[in-house]
Design a protein around this ligand. Sequence first.
Ligand SMILES: [Zn+2]
Ligand SMILES: [Zn+2]
Length: 129
Amino acid sequence: MSENNRLVLNSLKKSPKGLTAYQILNIVLKSKSIQPMTVYRALKNLTTNGLIHKTNKNKTFHLCDTAHVCNTTKAHEHNAVLAVCNDCGVAEELKTDLFSKIIKNIKSKKRFNFNNFNLEITTTCKECN
Ligand SMILES: [Zn+2]
Ligand SMILES: [Zn+2]
């Protein structure tokens, strides 16, 4: 894994509420002088490889729950299912393949390929309830 990717992953490790690309850039800049483009490229690369997930709701990035065991850039794709709190923005990756089973059985006229979907459930967390 490249050093830039590792710096980006490290910035996300202690952020259950996730970080925006801009916040990640600012954290990485504390340890290395780096071009914004380089950070954005690392984010794109890590997202493609499934090591981080992006919420549509808050545009924040979250570390994949399984990313800590993965020290390579080897593709690590899976169907991410994220629950995101409407109030405080905390996110949790749900460990379930229930949705994969349901979604793969959907009949699609446009022949969508459901092997590679991401799902985001916006709701309220325990703390905000
Ligand atoms: Zn994941
Ligand atoms: Zn909440």
